[in-house]
Design a protein around this ligand. Structure first.
Ligand code: ADP
Length: 507
């Protein structure tokens, strides 16, 4: 029996608002994380759910399972942390984006599985729209491209293909939502049908300039407006947790799609601030302030957040192959046994020995957009070692990130200030140093790399006054390590070789 236990027991009987609960509804699992006032993670609970692949290129989730795993995670995190639910100040939600759920408003039951963002079943609908010349209308209003990725064509598919849905939709009996909406509907037991501006901005039917569902786009996709949720701020009390769930009515006050929540959690609050997530691929997103920048390179314009009615925009680009290249080196050519070992191996040599890797393992995205490109290792000589290849592999991830960031900078017309990083491969110090050198700018890795969940917590606590201002939040955001740029002649050679060699593999 120690002081901490005693302190916790006192708080259980005399609750104060000590925590924000963040719900991170991901693509493979539902997580619940408690943060305290200093932004520290107090406890986390996680539960996976089933991935369904009913046909080639179809991906579905069971909405009921999403809700039940989320509910279990909520209950279990409260138990684990040994707290009284009355101590929770507020709830923030962040979620896999674009995934589409339609349910019946009368009984709250989903009419079909969730169609996941990865699902390509609506590729034909998209192709037809593009061929009918509709791309400009959609992209100018939504900031997106016509692609199966986004919710709009998934809703259309449901209404056109599931018996009775069209009829029920026209009668106003159905509700559409992304995963945030679906969770809030359940958390409030049907009292609220809302989504926030960031999630709305991924649907292909939301006008990001006007801040409203767009009648013309809805007509093109034949989606009745009655289906749609009310769009709320990303940081605003929008309802309360139904008392039956934890025995306490907790405000729900933060909502953002996962990448946007991470941008906020990284405190990228000024135009030009960028975060890059180094996972299987890279997700790069730059704050462009009040300016909805249209990319010349098919990158996406999106809403970063809406707070007190003021919209902040962002430009978003992704790289298909990042950590996946390291996985390939581990599993296919076996030059390392584990991903982190790549750093030790690469550190055994001074440089890449003239090797360039083009990591086009699944085509090349922005700014090359060559889906048929395949990868290459170039510049091999008799003296090339696996360590040179390891080093060139890390450089290739940083070079692709540099490509994207430079284009974003051009698109946005802002100097980017510094790069904040997260994701599994951001733990690789050498990769981060290479990134700083290649960009000639500072790369900053935060202490808390759970930036997505943290961002949702920040948005929620900001709305209730748990945290007073973004200035308060900036004080909580702590640097783990900062990598200062130190480019030399070799850096220039790496870039020159890259520019030459990448052009040779384009089809
Ligand atoms: P995801 O969320 O996409 O599953 P994670 O953020 O968990 O990805 O990161 C895992 C990816 O990062 C894997 O592809 C792995 O190869 C790569 N990775 C993990 N640790 C390192 C490391 N120290 N150096 C380089 N790559 C790494």
């Amino acid at each position: 029996f120690n002081f901490i236990v005693l302190y916790r027991l006192i708080l259980i009987f005399l609750p104060m608002k000590n925590f924000v609960l963040s719900l991170d509804a991901g693509t493979t699992s539902s997580r619940a994380i408690l943060f305290d006032k200093t932004g520290n993670q107090v406890a986390v609970a996680q539960e996976e759910f089933t991935q369904f692949f009913p046909k080639k290129s179809w991906v579905e989730h069971d909405p009921v399972e999403i809700w039940e795993t989320q509910l279990n995670a909520i209950k279990s995190v409260v138990k684990k942390a040994f707290i009284n639910p009355d101590e929770i100040d507020s709830i923030g939600i962040t979620n896999q984006r674009e995934t589409t759920i339609v349910w019946n408003k009368n009984n709250g039951k989903p009419v079909y599985n969730a169609i996941v963002w990865q699902d390509r079943r609506t590729a034909k609908i998209c192709k037809d729209l593009i061929e009918a010349g509709k791309e400009v209308i959609f992209s100018s209003k939504t900031g997106l491209l016509i692609d199966a990725y986004f919710s709009g064509t998934k809703i259309k598919w449901l209404l056109d293909n599931i018996p009775d849905l069209n009829h029920l939709a026209k009668r106003g009996e159905l509700a559409f939502g992304t995963v945030d909406s679906w969770l809030i509907w359940n958390l409030t037991q049907g009292a609220k049908h809302v989504t926030d501006a960031t999630n709305a901005s991924r649907t292909l039917i939301y006008n990001i300039h006007e801040g409203e569902w767009d009648d013309e786009l809805l007509t093109l996709l034949d989606i009745p407006k009655s289906l749609l949720p009310e769009v709320v701020n990303s940081s605003e009390i929008i309802g309360t947790l139904n008392k039956s769930i934890l025995g306490s009515e907790i405000p729900i006050s933060g909502i953002a799609g996962d990448q946007q929540a991470a941008l906020f959690g990284q405190m990228c609050l000024k135009p030009g601030d960028v975060k890059n997530t180094y996972g299987t691929g890279c997700f790069c997103i730059m704050n462009t302030g009040s300016n909805a920048v249209r990319s010349q390179n098919r990158m996406l314009t999106t809403i970063a957040w809406e707070i007190k009615g003021k919209v902040t925009y962002a430009i978003e680009g992704s790289i298909f192959t990042a950590g996946a290249l390291i996985q390939w080196m581990r599993d296919q050519i076996n030059i390392v046994d584990s991903a982190p070992q790549i750093e030790d191996l690469a550190n055994t040599v001074e440089d890449n020995g003239g090797v360039t890797i083009v990591p086009a393992l699944s085509g090349l995205g922005a700014p090359y957009w060559d889906p048929h490109a395949t990868g290459a290792i170039m510049g091999i000589t008799r003296g090339t070692s696996k360590a040179n290849i390891a080093r060139a592999g890390l450089e290739s991830i940083a070079l692709r990130s540099r490509d994207i960031i430079i284009e974003m900078q051009k698109d946005a017309g802002v100097e980017f200030s510094n790069l904040k990083v997260d994701g599994g491969a951001s733990n690789n110090d050498l990769l981060m140093q290479i990134q700083a050198d290649l960009l000639n700018s500072k790369v900053i890795r935060p202490k808390i790399t759970e930036t997505t969940a943290l961002g949702a917590a920040f948005l929620a606590g900001l709305a209730t006054g748990f945290w007073k201002s973004t200035k308060d939040l900036e004080k909580l955001w702590k640097v783990d390590q900062s990598f200062e740029p130190n480019p030399d002649d070799k850096t220039e050679t790496i870039i020159n070789l890259w520019e030459d060699r990448v052009s040779r593999i384009l089809s």
